[in-house]
Design a protein around this ligand. Structure first.
Ligand SMILES: [Zn+2]
Length: 138
């Protein structure tokens, strides 16, 4: 049998997260009974809840909540998507030219990009690695 002592990790049902999660023992009732635990996930302090006792009500909730990182779309993903969805031919970028939303441009420094937004004399262009604001129609 593993020894239960203060500071050790133990699986307990968390009353706040409503899941069986890793907890740290903060107080013992006696040598074999845990009194209080601290949730590693939400940090709340509560009395020890045997995970096997609450496993029934947790059957429907198998996924741990709040830990999955939110999906971030990178600029290159966006660029790839935009470029594959356009049939336009690229135009070499020049500040004298006037561009419209959705136009594909070819920039000497940044490479191919797609015009995302037009604001007066500025265009917002999605390039492979970054989004740039350029001037046009000068
Ligand atoms: Zn918790």
């Amino acid at each position: 049998m593993s020894q239960l002592t203060v500071g050790k990790d133990v699986l307990s049902y968390c009353t706040k997260c409503k899941l069986n999660l890793g907890h740290i023992i903060v107080a013992m009732k006696d040598a074999t009974h845990i009194a209080k635990v601290k949730c590693n996930t939400c940090g709340s302090l509560h009395s020890f809840k045997d995970p096997s006792l609450s496993s029934k009500q947790n059957k429907t909730r198998t996924k741990a909540s709040g830990i999955t990182p939110s999906k971030v779309i990178s600029v290159s993903d966006l660029w790839m998507e935009k470029m594959s969805n356009t049939k336009k031919k690229s135009t070499p970028y020049s500040m004298d030219l006037k561009f419209n939303q959705g136009d594909v441009i070819d920039h000497v420094k940044f490479g191919p990009g797609i015009v995302e937004k037009v604001v007066d004399d500025k265009i917002e262009v999605i390039f492979r690695h970054e989004i740039k604001t350029l001037v046009h129609n000068k």
